[in-house]
Ligand binder design. Structure first.
Ligand code: SF4
Ligand SMILES: [Zn+2]
Length: 366
């Protein structure tokens, strides 16, 4: 098999300038991590198509995303946490899973029904996680109800999903689609694939769903990015509303997780932020998009990370916690009336930003 190089990934994609800038930014980070330890692991609860479940979330350390090594997405700092330059062995990956199981045993009363595995890359890319490791991990969690694995759309296929569904596990593939608009994904996020690739991945998941035993489901969870760099607040809002509607219309996609951009270190967004060229989205925008799309045929959730801080999605500082709480309530209940119960004087500023911010004068507020 030929070895992928950053140059091969760039070729013909018209992304050389973004990638060159991103490679320089990422190279400022120097760190290495133990391949026997997961990047992170935590317990939480999540809304799934079968209701709210206790979850165990694992960020596996797999050597990182190859696209990130080529330069990668303008907002993504996760690669900085991956093992330098190499792949992680089967044994080391299973050691990481053992660390996660021990964390769960120490901190939860009972095993979580829902397992979520992210890799800062693609769990279904066999150069990151080989077939042997994938099947061993499926065996390990065979007694749970549902599993979510993260992947770019290129690597999604019905047989790989079948490794999980054959254990009776409902299986979701989480895809970082970011936006349904190809131009925004290419030019603002610097992500290389097209909406059509996402649709193909959804079709693979739908086929895996058909192949699975009755009562076992397979589907796609789309992750969207609200307000990549270079969009105004109102452009970002419009892009998210249309993206959620388009994703919900694709067969096989049952959940959309719309996440506001936050400013991570060693990213282009961080450089722009530092030069007063980027403000994370308002929490009012997040609430507005959720309310506007509440009737689509999919679960729509949002988990604003770093809410209320200057580097995360925020309002005025007074109302951030209340709006965040309404968003979390919406995630569990899917009822837009939760947003009627929160208000603040800063809504007027937000409305003014929506009306007056243009790409040449943004951000209009801090
Ligand atoms: S967002 Fe995903 S595809 Fe983009 S650089 Fe980060 S890990 Fe890679
Ligand atoms: Zn406020």
């Amino acid at each position: 098999m030929s070895k992928p190089t950053p140059e091969v990934y760039e070729q013909g994609k018209g992304m050389d300038a973004h990638n060159q800038a991103m490679r320089e930014i990422r190279s400022r980070k120097e760190a290495s991590y133990d391949p026997h330890e997961p990047t992170r692991v935590w317990l939480d609860e999540d809304n799934t198509p079968d209701g709210v479940k206790q979850s165990l979330t694992i960020i596996l350390n797999t050597g990182g995303c190859r696209w990130a090594r080529a330069g990668g997405c303008t907002m993504c700092g996760y690669v900085a946490e991956s093992v330098d330059g190499g792949s992680v062995s089967h044994e080391a990956l299973l050691d990481q899973i053992d660390v996660c199981l021990a964390h769960e045993a120490d901190n939860a009363e009972e095993p979580a029904d829902l397992i979520k595995i992210y890799t800062s890359g693609s769990f279904l890319d066999e150069r990151e996680v080989g077939a042997e490791s994938r099947r061993a991990i499926a065996d390990t969690f065979a007694d749970r109800e549902r599993i979510v694995v993260e992947s770019l759309p290129d690597f999604v296929d019905r047989e790989k999903i079948g490794d999980f569904t054959r254990h009776g596990l409902d299986t979701d593939v989480a895809i970082g689609l970011e936006t349904a608009t190809d131009r925004v994904r290419h030019d603002c996020v610097n992500k290389y694939f097209d909406f059509a690739d996402f649709e193909d991945a959804c079709a693979e998941a739908a086929a895996a769903d058909d192949d699975a035993d009755s009562g076992v489901e397979a589907g796609i969870k789309a992750y969207l990015l609200m307000k990549p760099p270079f969009l105004t607040e109102s452009e970002a809002v419009a892009d998210m509303i249309s993206s959620i509607e388009r994703c919900a219309d694709v067969e096989g996609c049952h959940t959309v997780s719309m996440n506001p951009c936050n400013v991570q270190r060693y990213t282009m967004v961080d450089d722009l932020y530092f030069e007063d060229g980027y403000r994370p989205p308002w929490l009012w925008s997040v609430a507005h998009v959720l309310a506007e799309t509440a009737d689509v045929d999919a679960i729509v959730v949002s988990d604003p990370v770093g809410h209320g801080s200057d580097r995360g999605p925020h309002n005025c500082g007074e109302c951030d916690d209340r709006v965040q709480k309404a968003i979390k309530d919406f995630d569990l209940r899917q009822d837009p009336s939760v947003f009627e119960q929160v208000s603040c004087e800063c809504e007027l500023t937000w409305e003014t930003v929506l009306e007056r911010e243009r790409s040449f004068n943004q951000p209009l507020t801090r």
